[in-house]
Design a protein around this ligand. Structure first.
Ligand code: G4P
Length: 539
């Protein structure tokens, strides 16, 4: 194997998905702690809090106590390179999360075992399923009382239609009884002594459950319960099948408590072996193998003003094949523009460092002078273009009112840059006489962030006049039918950034009404900017 192939095989690129408060931040810290990246957990949070001071708009994130931005972390464990993509937990940012999930090879789903499957987990799981990526499940917070483990697995199986394959099982049910986890295949238990809120690696005891010492450690009740569990699980016969894990038809299940460190290391040890290395990816033309010499990657996220001192814009790229080297030449397929690759940047929390080269599976930040769009393919190959990243129907719409008309230019720049980031969708009325911008988003928080960022980063103070609509549908079909629909719905018809016609609705009933009235038109609830090309001239 060449060095290049070896580097690819070492990569594991994944994201953590969960409902807010299930423990994503804590788990991220613990993965860093157990891979030796930090010596005391809590520093990611602390660093984040400190950095908020220099990044104005992240103040908002702090105030709201939620993770709006998503960062990319790279760290090594057991000779492997892990790329962990953080996803915003809040439901209002589900589109951002969707884009992040296009860039990973697997996902870790965290579940608070006292709550079970929560709404945001459902949404995110559905996205992972649609992309058929392997999903690992970590049942968290076992230091507290929770639901019966069998009920939890049954819940996942019945809601998501996937088979749960427990890799380990709790030694002692939740709460005070919880002593650690037992690997079902090897019958080795990992017991942990409670540590000071788990900020440091805990003292760990690895012991066979058949060793008489095990009984002394956990007591007869817990041991007997575990033996019963093992027998039951063995007879249930849920065996990990690599093919089913790879397509997400099975999910490997782990148990633990991120806060007190129980089960974190056993998870990490097994996860890195079960999680896939970068593999071939589909493009519009053909499958691209990571080992190909030609470079290819796509942009899945753009973030402006990451560091307000530099007012720069960073495009996050997932590398799919070939080596990314600073100074090499590649083409943006959308525009045909030839570019010289800037030095790739890597991130640890909000800190960046420049590196020389990056491999398939890696996520790098590249400096963006305004030339990249989300979904862009960057490649040296002649015949490779990745699928566009879809845009989803917003669920709320608001007209932008500029409170200081002298700042119109700043508003336009801000809106252009922030919508290119994909932070929110920009529309305007179809008729050319009304140029007032209209923004569409999944949730209220995106409007709050937009208002905040336009003021903090561009000096444009705005407010929103909210509209009653809850759905958008992109229209496509014969030109005459489109024109007739546009003429009849002047009030509800908008154009998007690419001049495509979009119809707004207040209810699902209205959607079916319009569908009946316009049988020749197709109503799309997601939109890939190049598929439904507009017949209308750009202006
Ligand atoms: P999130 O990123 O998914 O939103 O969750 P986060 O890690 O911030 O955790 C949410 C809360 O749950 C935190 O408590 C955190 O300490 C707690 N938590 C995480 N993992 C565990 C666990 O294994 N067991 C228990 N009992 N709690 C856990 P908080 O009070 O909101 O914050 P903090 O003061 O502890 O930082």
């Amino acid at each position: 194997m060449t060095l290049f192939q070896d580097e690819i095989k070492r990569r594991r690129t994944f994201a953590i998905i969960s409902h807010p408060d299930a423990g994503k931040t804590t788990m991220t810290e613990k993965l860093l702690l157990y891979s030796g990246q930090i010596h005391m957990a809590g520093s990611v949070k602390a660093r984040r809090a400190k950095k908020h001071a220099i990044s104005d708009w992240m103040e908002l994130e702090k105030e709201k106590g939620i993770s709006i931005t998503s960062s990319v972390l790279q760290f090594e464990y057991a000779g492997l390179v892990l790329n962990l993509l953080d996803t915003p937990g809040h439901a209002d940012f589900s589109e951002d999360t969707y884009r992040v999930l296009t860039a990973v090879d697997s996902a870790l789903m965290l579940i608070d075992h006292s709550k079970g499957v929560e709404p945001q987990t459902r949404k995110l799981f559905a996205v992972c399923r649609s992309r058929r990526i392997p999903i690992f499940t970590f049942m968290n917070k076992l230091d507290r009382a929770g639901q019966d483990p069998y009920d939890l697995m049954h819940e996942i199986e019945s809601i998501f239609g996937v088979e749960c394959v427990p890799i380990n099982f709790p030694v002692g049910r939740g709460g005070r009884d919880f002593k650690g986890v037992c690997d079902l295949r090897t019958r080795m238990a990992t017991l942990l002594k409670d540590t000071q809120h788990g900020t440091r690696e805990g003292e760990m005891l690895r012991i066979s459950i058949d060793d008489p010492q095990f009984l002394t450690q956990v007591g007869a009740e817990i041991r007997d319960q575990l033996l019963e569990d093992l027998e039951m699980l063995n007879s249930a016969g849920n065996v990990a099948d690599p093919a089913k894990l790879a397509t997400g038809d099975q999910t490997a299940v782990f148990w633990g408590s991120a806060m007190t460190n129980f089960g974190v290391q056993p998870f990490l040890e097994t996860f890195v072996h079960l999680a896939p290395a970068p593999h071939a990816r589909q493009t519009k033309q053909r499958n691209v193998n990571p080992e190909e010499e030609d470079f290819s990657g796509f942009i899945f996220k753009i973030q402006a003003n990451l560091d307000p001192r530099h007012r720069d814009r960073i495009a996050f790229m997932r590398i799919c094949s070939g080596l990314y080297k600073s100074g090499m030449r590649a083409v943006i397929t959308r525009t045909g523009k030839d570019i010289k690759a800037t030095p790739p940047q890597q991130f640890l929390a909000q800190e960046r460092k420049q590196i020389e080269q990056a491999y398939p599976g890696d996520i790098v930040g590249v400096y963006d002078p305004g030339i990249f769009h989300i979904g862009d393919t960057i490649t040296t190959a002649k015949d490779v273009e990745f699928d566009d990243v879809p845009v989803f129907s917003p669920e709320m719409f608001g007209k932008v009112i500029l409170t200081n008309p002298l700042k119109r230019k700043q508003l336009q720049t801000g809106l252009r840059q922030l919508t290119e980031e994909g932070a929110i969708q920009l529309f305007q009325r179809w008729s050319a006489d009304d140029l007032e911008p209209i923004l569409g988003a999944v949730g209220e928080l995106q409007f709050v962030v937009m208002e905040y960022r336009l003021k903090a980063e561009y000096g444009a103070e705005i407010c929103f006049e909210m509209m009653p609509y809850r759905f958008a549908r992109w229209l496509s079909g014969p030109e005459a039918a489109l024109q007739s629909c546009i003429d009849k719905n002047k009030k509800q018809i908008l154009r998007d950034r690419w001049d495509n016609p979009v119809l707004l609705f207040e209810s699902e009933w209205q959607i079916s009404f319009q569908k009946d009235k316009n049988p020749d038109l197709t109503f799309h609830d997601t939109h890939r900017k190049k598929i439904a090309a507009s017949p209308y001239p750009q202006h």
